[in-house]
Ligand binder design. Sequence first.
Ligand code: NAI
Length: 330
Amino acid sequence: SATPVNVTVTGAAGQIGYALLFRIASGQMLGADTPVRLRLLEIPQGVKAAEGTAMELDDCAFPLLAGIDIHDEPRAAFDGVNVALLVGARPRGPGMERGDLLAANGGIFKPQGAAINAGAAYDVRVLVVGNPANTNALIAQAHAPDVPASRFTAMTRLDHNRALTQVAKKAGVPVADVRRLTIWGNHSATQYPDLFHADVAGRPGVELTEDRTWLEDDFIPTVAKRGAAIIDARGASSAASAANAAIDHVHDWVHGTPEGDWTSAGIVSDGSYGVPEGLISSFPVTSSGGDWEIVQGLEVGELSRVKIDASVAELVQERDAVRELGLLGG
Ligand code: NAI
């Protein structure tokens, strides 16, 4: 039988962890032929709850689950890791300045990047979910110089999926008929959901953009502020939908995106579309053979240019702030 894939999940005892682990163990992320060994990383206070989740995973008797290890130390948790899902992060506390938030997360993602560098398998693929996801991914990547930078990604798939449903509802078509949407920039309220290149049940998405009021006052803010709306309604942040997006991201990274479509992911910029090289920014991406590739040659109109530039400017600010804090090394 196949060798199990080592999947490390940080923040395993958190909300997203709880929604994510069972789906990984059932085969929804890597496929029904791929056994997985789960490595759960938590802080010491989270270990007992992670043990409880591990008991429940055992109680599912998943045929693909080859084992579960629980760790409170990154070096052991990332030893031999093939797929790393970095979910645990430091949330913004009351009165916390942005600089404090970035510093606190640097304290998490710097040692995790170093541990990945030290022990990960040659084919390691990293998805950062914990916020601020793009900049946390940049910090981890900076401390893993021996791992190709392209292996560090940040999750904007939830934003992408949110946008798909908003468009499907507006157009009155099934969500499966909406293709080629793009989330650009940062996973934050400045993100830009772009439907100028979309295909909506065979019609050009640009038709929907003719309703500027809907586009600018409804669609864009609804997608960009959906996280806050969920917190408002549920009293807790998106968890099952975030876990679902993480499953989608890794699934498509490993298995490829469908012909004729693309998705969105935060990946290291090669300078495409005027996004400074080295930033981890969301792009329209396809995947084949296990590598993301930026969709090239899309025309960027005036509205898109302004919105992309604003989100990228925020990423530059975050990068400069963590660089000043010494979190990018060198
Ligand atoms: P949560 O607070 O329920 O769970 C976080 C878990 O991480 C806790 O169990 C905590 O003990 C653990 N943790 C903290 N520091 C850690 C460390 N150094 N190593 C290992 N584990 C550590 O939070 P939830 O709801 O699961 O969300 C996790 C993160 O995902 C948050 O940062 C949230 O903002 C982010 N998020 C990102 C989304 C995206 O689209 N990129 C969507 C939704 C949430």
